[in-house]
Design a protein around this ligand. Sequence first.
Ligand SMILES: C[S@@+](CC[C@H](N)C(=O)[O-])C[C@H]1O[C@@H](n2cnc3c(N)ncnc32)[C@H](O)[C@@H]1O
Length: 300
Amino acid sequence: METIAKERYKTITSDFSSETGDSIIDYYTEAGPDYEYWSKNFNMHFGFADQTWDCLSREKMLQRMNERILGTLALKKGNKVLDMGCGIGATVRFGSKHYPSVKFIGFTITPWQIKKADAIIKAAKLTDVEVKYGDYNKLPIKSGSIDAVYGLESICHAEETSKKGPLKEAYRILKKGGRFTMIDGFIKKPEKELSTLTYKMYRTVCENWALPSFPNINDVSSELKELGFKAVSIREISWKIAPSAVHAPFVSLFFLVKKLIKGEKLKRQNWNNLKACFTIFFLGLCRKSIGYYEITAKKD
Ligand SMILES: C[S@@+](CC[C@H](N)C(=O)[O-])C[C@H]1O[C@@H](n2cnc3c(N)ncnc32)[C@H](O)[C@@H]1O
């Protein structure tokens, strides 16, 4: 499965993988285990500091982000929810504990993550939750069969700054009245309008986190409307993310020191993750160019 997945994905990743040599699957297979240093529950996203004291616990902020994104979907008993790019299933696992009688399905293109998620789900005896292999540009799901779809820091891996592929797929699989939410880092202007320094940091993050580009907030909003989504609502939540983003360089440093003390050799993907974690902190300070947003929409 891994070889087929890699082959299928080579074309999609060919332009951005030329500098680091990594595809999305290579990156997440090699650097994936490093995320345990960021979150004991393998939350592979930034946290949401909803209340003042949240800042004291990174894991609390990370779980709050799960609470936040699922809270936007107005979930009801019997609903079927799909996670586009679920990682090790942190959000679907959180959902299965907090929303009884709601069915959660997560899709990822990284086979290692499926194995790891399966083991965690089995050990925790969670029900109504599964993590499966699937490319969010072309999911093995019937049209109009899902009540809610979301992407948490995952749709950024799609092609073009409009991220058209997964947005179109979300529209296709949603039932009428179904809800869509995307939470991610965005650029606020076209790439070519970024200052030289911002662009340099931006590309460093893209290359090292296996992203072809960040989504552009205006392009994504236009794309959703063009596809037919209604009630498109955009909220900038950069300040809510900032307290957890501050942790990134420190966690990276801790990871590095621990590995060096143990005498473990770091692979290229581990170094790439470290570089991106340091750079994202400074890139996040470029407030006119970069922001963290929550976009919600509805299929009418
Ligand atoms: C930063 S991780 C976020 C994971 C998860 N949403 C979370 O917050 O813990 C990005 C995820 O997107 C997945 N991904 C990237 N491209 C994908 C695609 N075309 N189809 C499905 N999943 C994809 C990766 O395998 C990875 O699991």
